[in-house]
Write a protein that binds this ligand. Sequence first.
Ligand SMILES: NC(=O)c1ccc[n+]([C@@H]2O[C@H](COP(=O)([O-])OP(=O)(O)OC[C@H]3O[C@@H](n4cnc5c(N)ncnc54)[C@H](O)[C@@H]3O)[C@@H](O)[C@H]2O)c1
Length: 257
Amino acid sequence: MTSTLRVADRVAFVTGAGSGIGQASAIRLAEEGAKVICADIDLAAATATADQIIGQGFFAEGYGLDISDSAGCAKAIDYTVEKFGAIDILVNNAGVNLPGVFHEVSNETIDRTLNVNVKGAMYLTRAALPHMLKNSRGSIVNMSSVNGLVSEPYLSVYSASKGAIVMFTRGIALDYAKTGIRCNAICPGWVDTPINHAHAKMLGGLDHVYKTIDSFQPIGRPGTSREIANVVLFLASDESSFMTGSIVSADGGMTAQ
Ligand SMILES: NC(=O)c1ccc[n+]([C@@H]2O[C@H](COP(=O)([O-])OP(=O)(O)OC[C@H]3O[C@@H](n4cnc5c(N)ncnc54)[C@H](O)[C@@H]3O)[C@@H](O)[C@H]2O)c1
């Protein structure tokens, strides 16, 4: 009997799976039948996500990876293909947000932001593509941000990295459009996860941000990681088979203004 699960037996590699949106995406993909490699720079957190998924009766494995390490990314994809036979879904989700007044930001902030948010996605995509080409099948989902489309105070470097992801997504989509490989990006609005805490502090604290969230996110509340994970699942699955190069906002109306 054919499975009715939405990504049955697909092999999915999810970065930043130890927390927030990556964790929710790993869980959502596993619930719908994927074998999920939960990668994170924090191996304990990645393993905890995998354990949670296994505890729910689904399939997952934790993997420690700093996505800014190109050799490490190549090794991680090789490991995945050797162990699970393929890589069908790549979710380039891991990221950092190091806010600051631009004339005061350090080289370290600029380098780390671009190395993780931009180069990490490039390294993994480059490593995964040959395997996807062999199977004429693949879905790459990149996590951009509303800040890939519009900026906000203190986020010049982060916004630049997320804008790069928008254009990287379009470039990959075009180059591989006829191969069975699709590449799309998601632009979430403010979602309740730890990545925003430093930015919230600069804006007057998380409580203040949430009390005044109406002023920038019309839906009037932060998003949840699972709400973004549902979009990841849709783009990862064949339900989005006519979509490639799409930049999908999931932002409570923020960029509708
Ligand atoms: N939360 C939001 O409001 C929001 C909005 C738009 C976009 N995003 C994007 O969503 C993605 C996920 O963020 P989140 O909100 O779940 O944040 P989060 O802080 O909860 O999770 C980020 C995860 O990435 C991991 N990570 C950081 N650097 C890494 C590296 N070098 N290698 C591997 N893993 C690394 C962290 O350990 C962490 O587990 C990010 O790309 C972020 O920019 C988030």
